[in-house]
Design a protein around this ligand. Structure first.
Ligand SMILES: Cc1cc2nc3c(=O)[nH]c(=O)nc-3n(C[C@H](O)[C@H](O)[C@H](O)COP(=O)(O)OP(=O)(O)OC[C@H]3O[C@@H](n4cnc5c(N)ncnc54)[C@H](O)[C@@H]3O)c2cc1C
Ligand code: SF4
Length: 478
C-alpha cells in the first residue's frame, strides 16, 4: 500500500465495484487516492481458454474454487459464482434484459413484498449507460420502456423464435445480451458456440475485455490477494477496512468505503463488523429456473446467432403476480438433439425463470472462520412454487402456434447463479439495510453494492440492473 489512508477504498473487482468506480473516477479530483482490495488474482482470458482446451496453466490455481469459500447448510441448494479479478464476469453468460417498471413496485401494484426505494425512471439513464459500456446487442422494440436504441443490432432468431415473435410481437424479443453481434472494442462476434463461461472468441463482455480502464487509472492502486474480513465501524461511520494478505493482518483507513464482494461476502463482512441492522444477512435468495423441452412435430428448429436467442414475456407481468410468481422465458439455443432418426432438430428448449420473494428463514451468518460465511437456505417461497404450477398449466396454450408433440419438464436447477437480497434496499432502516443510493442506513460513508441490494426478486437476470445501480449510486453521491 502506498498510503495508510485513502479517499475511497473499494472491495472486490466484479461488476458492482467496477461500474461504481467508473462513475466515481469521472467525477473525482485528479488527486483522488483510491485503493482497490481484491481477494483473488488476475487470470487472463487467454489462459482460461487454454485450460478449457485441456492445457496446463499456472493461472488456474491462483483463485479459490467458490464452493470452498463458504459453508453451505443445505447441500441440495448450490450457490454459483467465481472469485478473482473481474468476479463472475469471467463466467457469466451475458443475458442482460432490463427489469420491468412493475418489478420496482410490487407492493403498490400487487400487494407483494416491498416497493423499491428507486424506480424504473430513475434508473433509465443509467441502464442506457451500462448498455453502451457493455455494447449490448438488442432489438428496437422491447416490453420495457426504452428511448435509445441498443448499441449493437439484435441477434437473429431461430425458426421457433420467428413463429413466436410473429404471434406475440414485443412480448417475444431477440434477447438483449452482452454477447457481441458485431465486432466491437476488440471483442469477436458471437458464433453461438454456447460455452459462454469461457467464450472462445471473447464475444461476451468481461471486466478484463471491457476497456472501461478503471484499474489503469493513475489514481487507483489495486492490491491482489487482499481478503477483507471486517470494517471498523464507529458511531455512524465506517473508518477502516481490515484484510488479510500474505498471511498477515492489514488495516487501511478511508473517507468512503464501497463493498462489492457479492451478496454472500458483503453480508459476512458487515456481520463480522458488528452491523446490528436486523435485516443484514436475511433473505438471501435466488430465482428458480427449470427447463422445458418441447418436442415438435416435423418442424426443424435451426438458426439463431447466440446462446439464448430470445426472451418471452407472456407469463411475466400482470395481475396474476398478486397470487403467484412472474416467469421469464429464455429460448435456449444450445444444440439439443432428439435421438430419433429424421427428428434430430425437431425440438426447442426453454429455460423458465421464476421470481421469488425474500424470506427471513433464508440467511447468511458468520462462522468461526471470519472469511467464510454460512448460508442457511430452507427453500423457495410458496409464491414461486405456485408460479411454476401456473406455467405448467398455461404453457401448452402459449405454444399452440407451434406443432407441439409433447412437453417435458426437468426438475428445477439447483442454482440460477444470481445471488440476491442479503442487504436489501429500503426507504427506512426499519425495512432494510441500505438506501436508494446503496448507502448503509446507519453508516453514511459506506456503500453496499451488488444484487444483495435487491428489494424483491424479479425473474430477469440481475447484472445489468446491479451495474446501473452502481452508476446511479456514485453519480448521485459524488
Ligand atoms: C455461470 C454464471 C452465469 C451467469 N450468467 C448471468 C447472465 O447471463 N446474466 C446476468 O445478469 N447475470 C449472470 N450471472 C450472475 C452475475 O455473474 C452476477 O450477478 C455478478 O457477477 C455479480 O456482480 P458483483 O460485482 O456483485 O459480484 P462478483 O462478480 O461476484 O464479484 C465479487 C468480487 O469480489 C471479490 N471478493 C469476494 N470476497 C472478497 C473479500 N472478502 N475481499 C476482497 N475481495 C473479495 C471477488 O474475488 C470478486 O472480484 C451469472 C453468474 C454465473 C456464476
Ligand atoms: S454463444 Fe459462444 S460465441 Fe457467443 S458468447 Fe457464448 S461462447 Fe461466445
Amino acid at each position: 500500500m502506498k498510503h495508510t489512508s485513502y479517499d475511497l477504498v473499494v472491495i472486490g473487482t466484479g461488476f458492482a465495484s467496477t461500474f461504481f468506480l467508473h462513475k466515481y473516477l469521472s467525477k473525482a479530483s485528479p488527486k483522488a487516492k483510491v485503493l482497490v482490495l481484491e481477494k483473488g488474482h488476475f487470470y487472463a482470458h487467454a489462459e482460461r481458454v487454454k485450460e478449457m482446451r485441456g492445457e496446463e496453466t499456472p493461472f488456474s490455481k491462483l483463485n479459490p474454487a467458490s464452493k470452498d469459500t463458504f459453508e453451505n447448510h443445505n447441500e441440495k441448494k448450490g450457490w454459483v459464482f467465481s472469485q478473482g479479478f473481474g468476479g463472475s464476469s469471467n463466467c457469466w453468460y451475458g443475458c442482460t434484459p432490463r427489469f420491468m417498471p412493475s418489478d420496482f413496485k410490487m407492493k403498490t401494484l400487487y400487494g407483494i413484498g416491498n416497493d423499491w426505494p428507486i424506480q424504473y425512471d430513475d434508473l433509465d439513464p443509467y441502464y442506457a449507460q451500462v448498455e453502451e459500456l457493455m455494447s449490448i446487442a438488442g432489438p428496437a422494440a422491447t416490453p420495457f420502456p426504452k428511448n435509445a436504441s441498443y448499441p449493437l443490432p439484435p441477434h437473429t432468431f431461430t425458426t421457433v423464435d420467428k413463429i413466436l415473435h410473429k404471434e406475440y410481437g414485443n412480448l417475444y424479443i431477440s434477447q438483449p445480451t452482452a454477447r457481441a453481434s458485431a465486432p466491437v472494442k476488440g471483442r469477436g462476434v458471437c458464433c453461438a458456440s454456447t460455452v459462454c463461461h469461457v467464450c472462445p472468441v471473447d464475444a461476451k463482455f468481461t471486466i478484463e475485455n471491457s476497456g472501461i480502464g478503471v484499474y489503469d487509472d493513475p489514481r487507483v492502486e489495486l492490491l491482489y490477494g487482499a481478503q477483507v474480513y471486517s470494517l471498523d465501524l464507529e458511531g455512524n461511520v465506517a473508518r477502516k477496512a481490515n484484510f488479510l494478505k500474505d498471511g498477515k493482518e492489514h488495516h487501511v483507513a478511508a473517507e468512503v468505503i464501497a463493498l462489492g464482494t457479492n451478496a454472500l461476502f458483503n453480508a459476512n463482512i458487515l456481520l463480522n463488523s458488528g452491523d446490528s441492522n436486523p435485516f443484514t444477512g436475511k433473505g438471501i435468495g435466488e430465482q428458480i429456473g427449470l427447463q422445458a423441452s418441447v418436442y415438435l412435430d416435423n418442424l426443424e428448429n435451426v438458426g439463431g446467432s447466440t446462446w439464448v436467442s430470445a426472451n418471452g414475456y407472456m407469463l411475466y407481468d400482470g395481475d396474476h403476480r398478486k397470487d403467484f410468481a412472474a416467469c421469464l422465458m429464455e429460448s435456449n439455443n444450445a444444440p439439443y438433439f432428439r435421438m430419433e432418426r429424421g427428428k434430430w432438430r425437431h425440438i426447442v428448449n426453454f429455460r423458465l425463470v421464476f421470481e421469488d420473494l425474500p424470506q427471513a428463514h433464508n440467511y447468511v451468518a458468520t462462522t468461526a472462520d471470519r472469511t467464510k460465511p454460512a448460508i442457511h437456505f430452507k427453500g423457495h417461497s410458496e409464491y414461486a412454487m405456485r408460479g411454476i404450477e401456473n406455467m405448467k398449466a398455461k404453457l401448452p396454450g402459449i405454444l399452440s402456434c407451434l406443432p407441439v408433440e409433447k412437453i417435458e419438464f426437468a426438475e428445477p436447477y439447483e442454482s440460477e447463479a444470481h445471488i440476491l437480497g442479503s442487504t436489501r434496499m429500503s426507504k427506512t432502516a426499519t425495512e432494510g439495510v441500505i438506501d436508494s443510493r446503496l448507502i448503509h442506513h446507519q453508516y453514511r460513508n459506506l456503500f453496499v453494492l451488488g444484487s444483495g441490494s435487491f428489494t424483491t426478486y424479479t425473474p430477469a437476470n440481475p447484472t445489468l440492473t446491479l451495474s446501473a445501480l452502481s452508476l446511479h449510486a456514485a453519480d448521485k453521491s459524488f
